[in-house]
Design a protein. Structure first.
Length: 155
């Protein structure tokens, strides 16, 4: 029988006030970028699902509940391509999120087609916010999984 891995955090006080202030500024810019909050939460959740970040998925569920994002949309997110619950803009954002999150899978994963789909739905300001949200989510996924951050430990 395999040995059970403990999930205690590796650092007790991993954040610094300067880092938190910097992230808050980035988040402020992202949310001012013109992308609907539901779309931002969907890309955050999808990237976190792909990366297996327990803390970010739990945070995403709480944020989704807070803004009224339907649970059914979260449950069908891994099958967004086949689901009728997502509009064209959300599909473009989710395609970009998956491509950006899976950069290691193959070169040029963010294809011209994926970028064109997103650019058709979002202006440059919104695209910048969307790319920033996906990148920041991937950053948090890597930090949280490395440090074994547990859901709710930031509250």
């Amino acid at each position: 029988m395999p040995e059970t891995q403990t999930r205690s955090p590796r650092l007790q006080h991993a954040s610094s006030p300067d880092a938190v202030a910097g992230v808050q500024q980035i988040m402020k810019a992202i949310y001012a970028g013109g992308v609907p909050q539901e779309t931002l939460e969907l890309v955050h959740m999808r990237a976190s699902q792909i990366n297996g970040c327990n803390a970010c998925i739990a945070s995403g569920i709480k944020n989704a509940e807070r803004i009224g994002l339907a649970g059914e949309r979260l449950l069908t997110l891994p099958a967004w391509r086949e689901s009728v619950l997502y509009d064209d803009a959300e599909r473009a954002a989710l395609g970009l999120a998956e491509a950006m999150t899976r950069l290691a899978d193959h070169p040029d994963v963010v294809t011209e087609e994926i970028w064109a789909d997103a650019a058709e739905q979002f202006d440059e300001r919104a695209l910048s916010a969307l790319v920033s949200m996906i990148a920041l989510t991937n950053f948090f996924n890597r930090v949280n999984t490395t440090l074994k951050v547990q859901p709710g430990s930031w509250e």
